[in-house]
Design a protein around this ligand. Structure first.
Ligand SMILES: [Fe+2]
Length: 105
């Protein structure tokens, strides 16, 4: 695609791959791959799923709504409270409230 101010300077905005001319990633023929020189990529896969690889992290500004289950291999922190590493107060009987151990439900 030519630069709007200098038609001699072009920019590649996309490349079509095939089973012969394969993409430089795990994307298969028919899938959409957006690949950055940093190694970050987004793949729209043939099975309807999406892969996102963002070594620098992902930042979302705004509310997020998920229909389905969220699975994390690491901790989840909400409003500064670690899901893996928080405690509750409970009162087992006479006396004051006691903290549960961390990681309790
Ligand atoms: Fe809890």
């Amino acid at each position: 695609m030519p630069d709007r101010n200098d038609a001699q300077q072009g920019v590649i905005v996309g490349v079509l791959f095939s089973e012969v001319d394969t993409p430089p990633n795990t994307a298969a023929a028919g899938e959409f791959l957006l690949l950055h020189a940093s190694g970050a990529y987004l793949t729209l896969k043939n099975d309807g799923s999406m892969d996102i690889n963002a070594p620098g992290g992902i930042k979302i500004t705004g509310n997020v709504t998920v229909t389905g289950t969220i699975t994390a291999s690491g901790d989840v922190i909400g409003a500064g409270i670690s899901l893996d590493n928080h405690e509750h107060l409970y009162n087992p009987g006479n006396g004051g409230a006691t903290l549960t151990g961390k990681g309790q439900d």
